[in-house]
Design a protein around this ligand. Structure first.
Ligand code: BEZ
Length: 218
């Protein structure tokens, strides 16, 4: 069974480029993004990790820790980080987990349907993870997940936008409309009637009885 929204993200202890990580303790009171990639030293992955490195100040502003994972070793991750930093002109100083034993890939459903596990002589080529992303809240619950195939690099600007939307709507009766970006109007949940919604969020822009916008309570 795959992980679902609001499931508790599986806790684990793993080796990483920053030493041993106990996942829930490492998240602490932050949000976290855990994202897998197929292989170290591959072209698309290098552009993705470069994009994550360049966004470091944005993750920081959002109290969000990022952590990569693949079935390669810490030793490979450390060497590959040099390429990422040189390519992106930004330090890749977030941890990357060594999941050579596939514990995490299996717990987080990061392996493709046809992954192959020979009984002997397994290499990362037999069991590459796909491009899976989870946004996890400070309560360790899964808030968002997405999975891209190996051939399609992710849009980390969209992941940042989705993180903004998750944080905007966490624990409040709000939702964000299609293509929302911070500063645009938000949708007030139907759990509030008009009077309660206006008392909480100010004048409503009522497009339909069930579609009521309020100013972004930034
Ligand atoms: C890449 O990152 O370029 C890649 C990795 C595995 C399979 C295909 C592409």
């Amino acid at each position: 069974m795959s992980l679902r929204i609001n499931d508790t993200a599986p806790d684990f202890t793993a080796n990483s480029t920053e030493g041993e990580i106990r996942f829930h303790d490492w998240i602490g009171d932050s949000y976290a993004i855990i994202f897998s990639h197929p292989r170290d030293f591959t072209p698309v992955c290098t552009t993705e990790f470069g994009a994550v490195a360049q966004l470091a100040p944005e993750w920081e502003k959002r109290n969000t820790k990022v952590i990569g994972v693949s079935v390669d070793s810490v030793d490979d991750h450390q060497k590959w980080k040099r390429d990422i930093s040189a390519f992106a002109s930004a330090p890749a100083d977030f941890p990357i987990i060594d999941d050579t034993d596939l514990t995490l890939s299996k717990a987080y459903d990061m392996l493709p349907a046809e992954f192959y596990l020979p009984t002997e002589g397994r290499t990362p080529a037999h069991s590459a993870t796909v491009r899976t992303v989870y946004i996890i809240g400070p309560d360790k619950k899964v808030r968002l997940s997405l999975t891209y195939p190996m051939s399609v690099g992710r849009n980390f600007a969209e992941i940042l936008r989705a993180l903004d939307a998750v944080q905007k709507t966490d624990g409040v009766p709000l939702a964000t409309p299609a293509n929302w970006v911070p500063g645009q109007d938000v949708i007030v949940a139907l759990s509030l009637d008009d009077a309660a919604a206006e008392a909480k969020y100010g004048t409503l822009d009522k497009k339909l009885p069930y579609l009521r916008f309020a100013k972004d309570p930034a």
